[in-house]
Ligand binder design. Structure first.
Ligand SMILES: *[C@@H]1O[C@H](CO)[C@@H](O)[C@H](O)[C@H]1NC(C)=O
Ligand SMILES: *[C@@H]1O[C@H](CO)[C@@H](O)[C@H](O)[C@H]1NC(C)=O
Length: 422
């Protein structure tokens, strides 16, 4: 017997006794793994066999990941939890154009976004829009996929058949619970609303309406307009969700802590790239996310599009981020630098308002005077405004598509029943 087999034999014996005399063996099992024979995690909850398998369980999930948001990230997190390695298929631009019209985000940026999600292990860059039998075979044979994962919303092909029927029949399909309260349709709705309002000159009533959306309140609307689909944010932030997204780890001893702050509204590839650079300058990246009030005060009443909790989740899902401050102050104070032992404060060259250096009170005065402030050359020329412009320039096409999707979204929420999972 090899050492692996002996170890397995030992565990079998222990487990067998476990069924007879629970308490005593519970203790000896504990002793076994604290002695380093078994991995300390998941021995009890996940079962020993899964962890002891030589071959990791590979799961697959696909999507367009156009206008990626924390709902996509949460789906990827749930998918990853069903296996050991997560392979993500990103649908090509050509396939998206052929099936539903041009994507808002080009493939290059969508790939940056998906690769940056900390639960993603591998990416396939040319997944088909609807999963075919041929592609499924390729997933199983070539990519060694064990399970195909999809949300609890049905995925019906144009011919009326279930897109995942084949995988289900083969017993290689697993379902995850759809993330509550967010969809691209909803976010586009918030943006279109914000744009439409700005074109109304007398917009007192409307801007308060917009603030309700962007701040995630779910008041019923008297206004009655329904052109832009789902208009109310269904987002229900829970403490558990934040914990699931968190790394749950502070900086190690002697870590070099880098700080970057901002709104991180409509989290995009430009954000990912500057965070990657910032993380590279130290051992631990702390990200300060400005409050909704701060963002409104500096960028206008119609901002932010995503509220503080939503923005925090998007940033936390990024693999370059170690920790976030949920509601960071506008000015970086001496106290903050001391509290978090920040050794470097950075800011990108591409940002919505880089006028701060000309202003009377520069928020970075303290780190500048301490000689720990650095301007980073932003790798990508993208801002939140760029993203909004992309949507607006295709305003009508999106509105049409949105209306259609809005209908099916409405149906989804009307028919929605409780699904277990997290
Ligand atoms: C504001 O809204 C109310 C009720 O929706 C409406 O009666 C009123 O005319 C609006 N005022 C303006 C300035 O649009
Ligand atoms: C604070 O950060 C510096 C690096 O800038 C590090 O050398 C030092 O050990 C840190 N202090 C503590 C108490 O971790």
């Amino acid at each position: 017997m090899g050492s692996d087999a002996i170890e397995k034999h030992l565990v079998v014996k222990l487990l067998a006794t476990c069924l007879v005399g629970g308490v005593v063996v519970g203790v000896s099992l504990f002793g076994l793994y604290s002695g380093g024979l078994l991995p300390p995690q998941n021995v009890f909850s996940q079962g020993i066999w899964k962890r002891r398998r030589k071959k990791p369980i590979r799961v697959y999930m696909d999507g367009c990941f156009d206008m990626m948001h924390y709902g996509h990230c949460n789906a990827l997190r749930q998918a990853r939890a069903l296996g050991d390695q997560l392979v993500v298929g990103v649908v090509s631009d050509a396939e998206i154009i052929a099936n539903k019209g041009p994507p808002v985000t080009p493939l290059k940026e969508r790939l940056i976004m998906v690769n940056a999600v900390k639960w993603v292990d591998e990416v396939i860059t040319d997944a088909p829009y609807a999963i075919t039998e041929e592609f499924m075979k390729k997933l199983f044979d070539e990519y060694k996929i064990d399970y195909i994962i999809h949300g609890d919303d049905p995925c019906i092909l144009p011919d009326g058949t279930d897109a995942y029927a084949l995988a289900k029949k083969a017993g290689r399909y697993k379902q995850i619970k759809r993330t509550e309260g967010v969809s691209s349709t909803d976010i586009v709705g918030r943006m279109l609303l914000c744009v439409r309002e700005r074109s109304v000159s007398d917009s007192h009533n409307h801007s308060s309406l917009q603030r309700q959306f962007s701040h995630g309140h779910s008041q019923k609307l008297e206004d009655g307009g329904s052109a832009s689909g789902t208009r109310i944010s269904h987002f229900l932030p829970t403490s558990r969700r934040i914990v699931q997204f968190s790394n749950m780890k502070g900086p190690g001893p002697d870590a070099h802590i880098v700080y970057i702050d901002g709104a991180f509204d409509l989290f995009h590839a430009g954000h990912v790239e500057i965070l990657r650079l910032a993380r590279g300058l130290g051992d631990f990246l702390l990200v300060g996310i400005h409050t909704d009030q701060t963002v409104s005060a500096t960028r206008g009443l119609h901002r932010p599009i995503m509220n503080l909790h939503e923005r925090s989740l998007s940033v936390l899902a990024c693999r370059y981020v170690d920790e976030v401050i949920i509601g960071a102050p506008w000015e970086v104070s001496k106290d903050m630098i001391t509290t978090f032992n920040i050794s470097l404060v950075v800011h990108g060259t591409i940002a919505e308002n880089n006028d701060f250096q000309k202003e009377k009170c520069n928020p970075y005065d303290v780190p500048i005077s301490m000689g720990i402030f650095k301007i980073l050359e932003s790798p990508l020329d993208i801002t939140t405004t760029t993203i909004i412009r992309r949507i607006v320039s295709n305003h009508e096409a999106y509105q049409k598509r949105n209306e259609k999707k809005g209908e099916s979204e409405k149906r989804y929420y009307a028919d929605k029943t409780y699904v277990s999972g997290d």
